[in-house]
Design a protein around this ligand. Structure first.
Ligand code: FES
Length: 169
């Protein structure tokens, strides 16, 4: 091969092929570094998750339903965010779960029929929670209801009480 076949290299001028080779190597090094970075980040996340406690954050089971004066006598009030009915009768107050005992649908108070109805499979309950019709296996449970020191109704969904228990105010 004669010297005229190979590209002549002058001092200070780089071979374009060598430049491409370095670029390719740099690229591969960057890919490798990125892969190591992703793997390291994944390992860090898994380690932090492993070390953090497995705590289940649930909403509080007690809530203030309001002042007794907010509830007219002979009324059924649906507390939507708590899925509870607060019922006021002449005898006093009680709180009934709005969650159907069949498959857990949220029931609806139907004042025109004076009953609580489940839209899913047609279970019906009295305002006391007693089952009238449908596939629900149990009545709607009553929750503990008491007055706070500042005169508010406090419902505790963790504590069920007998249907006959009424808060006299
Ligand atoms: S969930 Fe209420 S009747 Fe089925």
């Amino acid at each position: 091969m004669s010297s005229s076949d190979t590209p002549s290299e002058k001092p200070g001028q780089q071979n374009p092929e060598a430049e491409a080779e370095v670029t390719r190597r740099d690229f591969l090094n960057e890919i490798a570094a990125a892969a190591l970075g992703v793997a390291g980040l994944g390992a860090t996340v898994v380690t932090i998750k492993y070390l953090s406690p497995n705590v289940l954050f649930e909403p509080p089971t007690q809530f203030r339903a309001g002042s007794p004066d907010d509830f007219p006598v002979n009324s059924v009030t649906f507390i939507r965010d708590q899925e509870v009915y607060v019922v006021r009768t002449l005898a006093g107050f009680y709180a009934v779960s709005a969650v159907c005992t069949h498959l857990g649908c949220i029931t609806q108070w139907k004042p025109e029929d004076d009953q609580i109805e489940c839209p899913c499979h047609g279970s019906k309950f009295t305002r006391e929670g007693t089952k009238i019709a449908g596939p629900a296996p149990r009545p709607l449970p009553h929750f503990a209801l008491r007055l706070t020191a500042d005169g508010q109704l406090l419902v505790d969904k963790l504590e069920t009480v007998k249907e006959t228990q009424v808060l006299k105010v």
